[in-house]
Write a protein that binds this ligand. Structure first.
Ligand SMILES: Cc1ncc(COP(=O)(O)O)c(C=O)c1O
Length: 460
C-alpha cells in the first residue's frame, strides 16, 4: 500500500472507532458482520446512525453527503417529506393484507403510462422481478436459455448469478465468454442455460444465437452497464440487440432496476429510444421502501392470467410500500425534479472534469441522469474486461479520501457509481467538488508512479 493511501486509511480508522466496535460485535453472529456481502470492506464498514435529505451520520457522529443512497435506491433522498407523509398515513390502517386493494391499479397505471408496457406485477426486490421476468420469457418462447452480459448484475437467483465478476483464469475468450458461477451453490444445470456475451459486442450476441438456434428465450441487460462503474452502450448497440431479439423470436428484457427511475422520466426506453419487450423496476421506485415491478405486453402477461406461469408473494403490494411508491411516482419522479437532478449532475461532472484536467489525472467522468462515476482509466471502457484493469488502490485512495472529507462519493467498491437525489443541493455539489479538489493532486501523483495494463481486444 502506498503512503498517501495508508494515510487516508489511518485517518478513516481514527474517525470511525464506534463502527469498528459495532462491526466486531456483528462478526460474532453475522457472516462478514454485514447483511449483504456488498456492504463488507476493510478495515470495517461505516455503521450508520441516522439519515435525512442528502446526508447521513455514522455512529461516531461524522456527517456525510450521501451519494451512495443505498446503492442508488434513493433518488428520493432520505425521508422525502411526501413519501414519509404517505407512509405515516398508512402505518395505522394496516401494514399488510395479503389481499387486493385500490392502490394496486393506481400504481400499475403510473407504471404503464410511463414505461412501454401494458401490464405489470409487483414484487419487493430487483432479484425477484428479474427472476420472474426471465421465467415469463422462458414460458412465452418455450425456450430455456438466456443471453446475459459478462459483468452484469441482475440479482441473486441462479439464472442471474453467472459471470457477474468472473476472474481472468476462468472467463475464457472475450468473443465467447465462459459461463462462470458467481460462487458455490449455483447449479451446473443453471450455467448451461445462461449464455454469456460481451457488452457492446453485437458479434458475441449473434454468435450465441447461431450456436443455440431456436433455444434462446431472451436477452437480459442493463441498458447502461452499472456493475462496472458506469459503462455506456455504444451507438447502435441497443438497437442492434432489439433487432437480433426480434429476428430470433426472443424477448428483450431491460433490467431497469437502476436506470428505470434515475436516468430520466421514462427510463432507458425514453433515453435511448429503443423499446424492450419487458422491463424490471426496483430500487428508486419505492422512495426508500422495498418495492419492485416487472412489466410487459398483455400477450405475455396472459400466461400469468391463464395460470400457466405462477407468480406470487406474501409481501407483494403491501400498502406501506405501495403508498411510498405512489408518492414517489407523483411527487419525486417528476419532470421538474429530473431537471433539478440533471442540473446538479452536470455541475458535478463538469467540476470533476476541470479538476481532472488541472492535476493531470488519467481518468474520465461517465455520467447519465442521476448517476455518474470517476472512471480511473486512460480511455472509455466498453465492457467488463476493460473495467478489471482498474488500479484498485488508486480507487481506494479516492474513496477513503472523499469519506474522510465528509463525502460518500459512491458506495464502497469500484464497480459502483454516485447517485444524486432530488434533495441534493448546489451546496452539496460544491462540497463534493471541494473534497475532490483536495485529494486530486495526490491521486495524480500516485497514478504517475503506477502503471495501468492494456485491456484485451474484442470483436464488434
Ligand atoms: C441492475 C440490477 N438488477 C437487479 C438488482 C438486484 O436488486 P435487489 O438488490 O433489490 O435484489 C440490482 C441490485 O443492485 C441491480 O443493480
Amino acid at each position: 500500500m502506498y503512503p498517501d493511501l495508508q494515510k487516508e486509511i489511518s485517518a478513516f480508522e481514527r474517525r470511525t472507532p464506534k463502527s469498528a466496535e459495532a462491526h466486531k460485535k456483528n462478526l460474532k453472529r453475522i457472516p462478514l458482520g454485514v447483511a449483504s456481502n456488498y456492504r463488507a470492506y476493510d478495515p470495517w464498514p461505516i455503521f450508520v446512525k441516522e439519515a435525512s435529505g442528502s446526508k447521513f451520520r455514522d455512529l461516531d457522529g461524522n456527517e456525510y453527503i450521501d451519494h451512495n443512497l443505498t446503492f442508488g435506491a434513493l433518488m428520493a433522498g432520505h425521508c422525502h417529506p411526501a413519501v414519509m407523509k404517505a407512509v405515516e398515513k398508512r402505518l395505522s390502517t394496516g401494514t399488510m393484507f395479503g389481499m387486493p386493494h385500490d392502490m394496486e391499479w393506481e400504481l400499475a397505471e403510473e407504471i404503464c403510462n410511463r414505461f412501454p408496457v401494458e401490464m405489470c406485477r409487483f414484487g419487493n426486490s430487483g432479484t425477484e422481478v428479474t427472476m420472474h421476468a426471465i421465467r415469463l420469457a422462458r414460458a412465452a418462447t418455450g425456450r430455456d436459455k438466456i443471453v446475459k452480459f459478462e459483468g452484469a448484475y441482475h440479482g441473486l437467483h441462479d439464472s442471474a448469478l453467472v459471470s457477474v465478476k468472473p476472474h481472468a483464469p476462468d472467463y475464457g475468450d472475450i468473443n465467447a465468454p465462459t459461463s462462470v458461477p458467481g460462487g458455490l451453490g449455483v447449479p451446473k444445470a443453471a450455467l448451461e442455460n445462461v449464455k454469456i456475451a460481451t457488452f457492446n459486442s453485437l458479434a458475441t450476441v449473434e454468435r450465441r444465437f447461431k450456436e443455440n438456434t431456436g433455444q434462446i428465450a431472451a436477452i437480459i441487460l442493463e441498458p447502461i452497464l452499472m456493475n462496472v462503474g458506469l459503462c455506456m452502450p455504444q451507438p447502435g448497440f441497443l438497437q442492434g440487440l432489439r433487432d437480433i431479439a426480434t429476428k430470433n423470436g426472443a424477448l428483450l428484457i431491460f433490467d431497469e432496476v437502476k436506470t428505470g427511475a434515475k436516468l430520466c422520466w421514462g427510463g432507458a426506453s425514453e433515453y435511448f429510444g429503443v423499446m424492450p419487450d419487458m422491463i424490471c423496476l426496483a430500487k428508486s421506485i419505492g422512495g426508500g421502501l422495498p418495492l419492485a415491478a416487472f412489466g410487459t405486453h398483455k400477450s405475455v402477461m396472459d400466461l400469468i392470467s391463464q395460470h400457466k406461469v405462477f407468480h406470487g408473494g406474501t409481501y407483494n403490494t403491501n400498502p406501506v410500500s405501495m403508498a411510498a411508491g405512489l408518492a414517489t411516482f407523483r411527487h419525486v419522479l417528476t419532470r421538474e425534479n429530473y431537471a433539478h437532478v440533471e442540473k446538479l449532475s452536470k455541475k458535478l461532472a463538469d467540476g470533476y472534469r476541470k479538476i481532472i484536467a488541472k492535476v493531470g489525472l488519467q481518468a474520465y467522468i461517465a455520467q447519465a441522469g442521476a448517476n455518474g462515476a470517476l472512471m480511473l482509466y486512460p480511455k472509455e471502457i466498453v465492457n467488463y474486461r476493460d473495467w478489471t484493469t482498474i488500479d484498485v488502490d488508486l480507487w481506494r485512495h479516492y474513496w477513503f479520501g472523499m469519506v474522510n472529507r465528509g463525502v460518500m462519493a459512491q458506495p464502497y467498491w469500484w464497480d459502483e457509481q454516485w447517485t444524486i437525489s432530488v434533495q441534493h443541493t448546489e451546496a452539496d455539489i460544491d462540497k463534493h467538488l471541494a473534497a475532490f479538489d483536495d485529494i486530486a493532486a495526490s491521486l495524480a501523483k500516485a497514478q504517475q508512479e503506477r502503471a495501468i495494463p492494456e485491456p484485451a481486444a474484442v470483436a464488434h
